[in-house]
Design a protein around this ligand. Sequence first.
Ligand code: BTN
Length: 402
Amino acid sequence: MLPSDVARAPRPRLGAVCVAQSFSAAIDISPKKPAFAAGGRRVVLSVRFAHNLRISKTGPIRPRKAQRSATAAPHEQPTDRRLGRIVRLLMEHATVIVSGTKIAEEISSNRSEVWRLIQQLRGLGVDVAGHPATGYQLRAVPDLLLPEILRPLLRGTTFEANLRHFYRIGSTNTAAMAAAAEAAPEGSVFLAEEQTTGRGRGSNSWQSPRSSGIYCSAILRPSLPPFDALVLSLAAGLAVQAAIRQVDSRVNPDLKWPNDVLIEGKKVCGILTEMNAEATRVRYVVVGIGINVNQASFPKELSATSLRLVTGSEWSRVELAAALLKSLDREYRELIENPEARVSILRRFAANSSWVTGKEVRIEEPGPGLEGVTAGLDERGFLLLRTARGTQTVLSGTVREK
Ligand code: BTN
């Protein structure tokens, strides 16, 4: 896609004015990024629909040294599958002590290797009782997003087959984008216990402390034109909202256009949707979702919260991640199979958001910004804003309450 194509890209409906001068404000045509030779085109279009709102420009919580590598490093190896198999076996025999020999058989190894792996699991916070002489037993079901734990909960979904788990990674979105470029199948999901360079919108970071949140990126390959992809991002917000409500119906999350989920006005989830597309066709989309689940506190300036802080008790990340992926699966299938789905997503997003209609807001953009009252979504999911100079269409920017 050439810059001139961007200028020719579909414009908002008549009478509406883009807040950004053109779609190029929302699109990053980045020749620096690796070019993928699909259909002979070598130019990569990378679009980010994301909002990091209050979590902006804050210092990373991790020491600089640990943040350095965004590309694959030794600690970014996927989790040793044998760890998941041991946990699964111990979970299936939760009431008995499982001998080292039985575990060794399960993973086709020997007892000293089992001991080493059990030590690794303990280091990762899994509470395992026992030792080589007696055998092992789980003291508590671990709340780890291991494929062996999640997969049985995702039967029949797009996401069941290709779950990839990392104890520690730079960014699940970065890894998923790289894997998608290498032809990873639709439905591949990257999950991490911890991200060292979790990414939010633009240059913002996403705090991703170990085993406190859900850090998850899914690869999708919808046959949509690129400018319809915002709807996918809105659908992901609906999926997060539904998953939280499903786990605890007392919690009522709000959707803030385009990519945030808030509770009591504070950010509990951010969504970073990135895609690789030709001018007329999406090659792949990575939907990255970060949910603050069990964090006990946040720096005040972040205006963030966690589900634990809101409800006063710990949440099962496994239960929530499974609910999320099932809900995302439902939204996605509907979107690609049912021509009516797009309208339904826009309608439901508006109905479930206190921000989309009748809210006095300021749009923060590079440039002078804009003020007005929100007036719904247009047919592509962009925000309409009633201003002193008429109704304008907001293509990007940070929405703040006035
Ligand atoms: C935002 O609000 O700016 C979006 C935050 C998105 C964070 C998630 S965590 C999983 C995935 N990997 C990343 O590096 N970012 C997204």
